[in-house]
Ligand binder design. Structure first.
Ligand code: KG4
Ligand code: ZN
Length: 328
């Protein structure tokens, strides 16, 4: 089954052709990062206007890279939410219109489920259930137990900032460009150690996270002016990674998970990958960085198993903007 997938939930316009939910024939991502960098964050109105310009060419490029036409496509999938409303509407309606015009089945996909299914795009055996998923992106930090395809139980998550959001805010405090995550990682590599530690919020007795205290501590450290940018970046990254890897490994052990699946843009972080692999009692799967950050290949992978069960979405259904693990 060839699925043409579209993703436009935030600031990347993406399209991909995915075979049987596992093999990407193409994956095109038009990033708007440079456009938003000067504002220090994603400006929703600017993002939706840019999606409008990009969506047609990106879909055409995905078909061209896959060496196929719409005639070879069996179904169309698009991200339905969560995300920015104006951004989601562009990709979702482009998908619906194409499906209607070509007489193809259409499916709306949950963006977070998409991030998890990036783990199906890697060559080799499929992930094994039950799996514990750590979803760490710019908008979400969730620990989700997955007993089977489509079965999600959210066991923990952030009480304030998402992990990626914390990286981005700390990046801003340190005067680094947007988005802060990759820049903090680069600075931390330069320091390789720090003569001080930043606090961790362990939220004992829960599998929840909190990063706002760490943000304040980072601000005070910057203001004191005693340490350099790379040292603070190092201490910040270690604090986030310690809590994410510590809680994930403990919960995986407690649940008897057979695998840990990591997903979302922050999964591109090398220190997080190292620490999860070092501490977890079971194999840890992490997609390659290009499938960790927003892309459409992951949407095609998640769509595949829904479509295989005969599920489709009505064309009069609308997008949704908030996190909802019950709507996947
Ligand atoms: O999944 P994603 O592309 O978009 C959302 O769905 O939010 O995640 C973007 C987030 C940003 O906050 C970015 O700073 C973070 O992922 N990120 C990283 C790294 N690469 C991207 N954070 C830490 N280390 C990285 N290497
Ligand atoms: Zn995302």
């Amino acid at each position: 089954m060839n699925v043409l997938a579209i993703e436009s939930s935030c600031d990347e316009t993406a399209a991909a052709v995915i075979v049987d939910g596992r093999v990407p024939r193409s994956s095109v991502v038009a990033s708007q990062v440079d456009l938003h960098a000067r504002y220090g964050g994603v400006v929703p109105e600017v993002a939706s206007r840019q999606h409008l310009r990009n969506v047609g060419p990106v879909i055409e490029q995905a078909l061209a890279d896959a060496g196929c036409t719409l005639a070879e496509i069996d179904a169309i999938a698009a991200t339905r939410g969560p995300g920015l409303a104006g951004s989601l509407l562009v990709g979702y309606n482009a998908g619906k219109a194409l499906a209607y015009g070509a007489g193809l089945p259409f499916l709306g996909v949950n963006h977070l489920e998409g991030h998890i299914y990036a783990n199906w795009l890697v060559e080799g055996p499929e992930p094994v259930f039950p799996a514990l998923c750590l979803v760490v992106s710019g908008g979400h930090t969730d620990l989700v137990f997955m007993r089977a395809h489509g079965q999600y139980e959210r066991l923990g998550g952030t009480r304030d900032d998402a992990a990626g959001e914390a990286f981005d805010k700390a990046g801003r405090l340190l005067g680094l460009p947007f988005p802060g995550g990759p820049h903090i990682a680069r600075e931390a590599d330069q320091a390789a150690s720090a003569p001080f530690e930043l606090p961790r919020a362990w939220m004992h007795g829960t599998y929840d996270f909190s990063f706002s205290g760490l943000k304040t501590a980072t601000l005070h450290t910057v203001e004191r002016g005693q340490y350099g940018v790379s040292e603070i970046a190092f201490a910040f990254q270690e604090a986030v990674v310690d809590v994410l890897a510590g809680k994930t490994s403990r919960l995986a052990r407690e649940l008897g998970a057979k695998e840990v699946l990591v997903a979302g843009g922050v999964a591109a972080n090398r220190r997080l990958r190292e620490e999860l692999r070092r501490r977890c009692p079971v194999p840890v799967r992490i997609p390659p960085p290009k499938f960790c950050t927003d892309n459409a290949a992951m949407i095609g992978a998640a769509a595949n198993y829904h479509l295989a069960l005969g599920e489709t979405s009505p064309l009069d259904e609308d997008i949704f903007t908030t996190n909802n693990w019950a709507r996947v």
